[in-house]
Design a protein around this ligand. Structure first.
Ligand code: URA
Length: 230
């Protein structure tokens, strides 16, 4: 790839600005200062301001989403993207969330610039399990465990039943729900339908990845290895 294409693709500067960055000695290839924006290089061999190119093989991060921010590029108010380095938003392939969490839902959220990864994890065919911990404002009826597991639970306004989901009741008004699909506001709607409206919701795992093992404070992120989802 040309150096100017590398600098713009990974969000450092525009192709036009690249010539100036190179002239000012900000770019090296295999340790040698670059001379021309049109020279070709492997992204992994390039340093910008002495630092390697970030995520040359694709950006994959896990964020501990706090409540109060939205998984959208467009909405008003605080966005999950505001919690990430601004340069990532300039990457040519665009960074997006892998699925969404509601504004008032916290916890594990994946972000990437790899559209195939988004598709693989959100495809209804894959059924990647997602685990949610919740607190309700009313006791959770015991028979909800069998209702959710049965594969016949219908949500209001939908034409197909929910896939079997595992409900664990850990206290009178709290528990854990594992879903194998991702319908709009699904956890909140399922629990509201059995008379237990959710007041706090946190996603604690996606497939093999758990929030606990990442040790992230709300708002913090860390790079992950996407091959764990293969
Ligand atoms: N279910 C919900 O109700 N909200 C989320 O954010 C995720 C799953």
């Amino acid at each position: 790839m040309r150096l100017d294409a590398i600098l713009s693709r990974y969000g450092y500067c525009s192709r036009r600005e690249a010539a100036m960055w190179i002239k000012r000695g900000r770019v090296t290839v295999k340790g040698v200062p670059a001379k021309s924006a049109s020279a070709k290089a492997e992204p992994a061999d390039v340093l910008v301001n002495g630092e390697p190119i970030e995520f040359p093989d694709g950006l994959y991060v896990a964020l501990n989403k706090p409540t109060g921010c939205t998984c959208s590029h467009r909405e008003e108010g605080e966005l999950v993207y505001d919690l990430l380095p601004p340069r990532w938003m300039e990457r040519g392939d665009g960074v997006s969330t892998v699925g969404r969490l509601d504004k008032e839902t916290a916890g594990l959220l994946l972000l990437t610039d790899d559209g195939a990864f988004v598709h693989a994890l959100t495809s209804p065919k894959r059924h990647v399990p997602k685990v949610y911990e919740f607190v309700c404002s009313a006791p959770i009826p015991r028979d909800a465990v069998a209702m959710f597991a049965g594969g016949e639970f219908m949500l209001h306004g939908e034409s197909t039943p929910c896939l079997p989901a595992e409900l664990e009741i850990t206290g009178e008004c709290c528990g854990r729900l594992t879903l194998h699909e991702g319908r709009y506001h699904q956890v909140r709607r399922m629990l509201a339908a059995v008379g237990a409206p959710v007041v706090e919701l946190t996603r604690i795992a996606i497939g093999p990845l758990t929030l606990e093992e990442l040790h992230l404070a709300p708002g913090e992120w860390v790079a992950i290895d996407p091959s764990i989802f293969a």
